[in-house]
Design a protein around this ligand. Structure first.
Ligand code: 13P
Ligand code: SF4
Length: 362
């Protein structure tokens, strides 16, 4: 560790000590090791939203992750059930870098979702469609979903949420991750012929015919995670051939052609559990963000890790939560002038909150 890094950690720990339980630092597992180490809680998207929802006693939250996660935290801590306004005693949700977005979340805008609803309504009864949005989406897209009796899901609860939706309607519109949507639907036994892809760039019906839409059970938005898109079928096949005993698991943001070659797919929490539960001497190939896999490799020296990709698949947005930026934001908070605050507008937040609460209660 360099002297500079030591100094930064010291500076951050000093603020943490002064603030005690009044400050909560949350970090996603894809953040770099030294950031995860200083967090009060690190987790997957579901765990982080549950933690944020329970953080009502804190006075400030520093969210090391990407923008939609901080938005979700703001919605869950700064609005109360039954109230139609922002809480008087606001808990600022800050980010080390407010420009850390998720490209997948940007692939489904509220406007495009509304256009999709309008076009679908020409051929099917939209009240028989439950929109589900992956938590990797904007607050506005969550609000659209909530306003149409829909719900949010994460990679950890997508199976449960899809069951919930199919108990209500015969069709699902799944935004924005086509792969999580397809993997979940196929696992549930939905016929592949009843799954269609909605391309928002196509002028009409997302590139589908009216018949395809009428026949569909699941309409998948054409969005994806560029990081999980990088794993290749050829490499998975090669690992299988060369290491027949290897335990191969990937994140469900990976395409179905990959998932079907693996032993399983699961959220980051599930992947961590698979690694920890594997007996000493195991060979593991885990297809997800590089920093998490590297951390697991270092923590499990008794196991062999094989990288599934051709290149390290680093989420550059998660990597924006760096020690210098964290130190700077905490200094500003400590000085009474918080910077990089994420604030969702009241109307959007109240609607989005309904879809998030629905998810947390299913
Ligand atoms: P989970 O940690 O919820 O599995 O999600 C991974 C991810 O891509 C977050 O952006
Ligand atoms: Fe978004 Fe993919 Fe990064 Fe997750 S890993 S934050 S889905 S770009």
């Amino acid at each position: 560790m360099t002297i500079e890094t030591e100094k930064l950690i010291q500076q951050i720990q000093d603020v943490k000590r002064r603030w005690g339980s009044r400050l909560t630092i949350l970090a996603h597992y894809y953040c770099q090791d030294d950031v995860v180490a200083l967090a009060d809680f690190s987790g997957d998207s579901l765990g982080l939203s549950q933690k944020a929802a329970a953080s009502t006693e804190t006075e400030a939250i520093l969210f090391c992750g990407v923008y939609f996660m901080a938005e979700t935290a703001d919605i869950l801590v700064n609005y109360t059930e039954g109230s139609n306004q922002r809480n008087e005693k606001e808990i600022p949700v800050l980010m080390p870098d407010i420009g850390a977005g998720c490209p997948m979340a940007d692939m489904a805008s509220e406007e495009d979702a509304k256009t999709c609803k309008e076009q679908l309504s020409e051929y099917i009864d939209f009240s028989d469609v439950t929109p589900i949005t992956y938590i990797n989406s904007s607050a506005a897209t969550k609000a659209f979903v909530a306003n149409n009796n829909g719900i949010v899901c994460t990679s950890a609860n997508a199976d449960k949420i899809m069951n919930w939706a199919f108990e209500r309607t015969s069709k699902i519109l799944f935004l924005p991750d086509q792969h999580l949507g397809r993997n979940t639907a196929i696992k549930r036994g939905v016929d592949q012929n009843k799954i269609v892809l909605w391309d928002p760039l196509q002028p009409s019906l997302g590139g589908n015919t009216p018949q395809q839409i009428q026949n569909a059970q699941v309409i998948l938005w054409k969005g994806c995670c560029p990081i999980h898109q990088r794993f290749s079928v050829d490499i998975v096949k090669k690992v299988r051939e060369e290491h027949p005993d290897a335990i191969i698991w990937v994140h469900p943001e990976c395409p179905q052609e990959i998932v079907k070659l693996c032993d399983g797919a699961g959220s980051t929490t599930k992947l961590i559990q698979v690694v920890n539960d594997a007996p000493a001497g195991s060979t593991l190939a885990i297809g997800t963000e590089w920093k998490l896999v590297e951390r697991l490799r270092k923590q499990n020296p008794d196991k062999t890790f094989i990288w599934l990709g051709q290149y390290p698949s680093v989420c550059s947005n998660m990597a924006k939560s760096t020690l210098p930026k964290i130190a700077q934001v905490l200094e500003s908070l400590d000085a009474g002038k918080p910077t990089n605050q994420v604030r969702v507008d009241v109307q959007t937040a109240l609607a989005a909150r309904a879809a998030l609460k629905r998810m947390l209660e299913v």
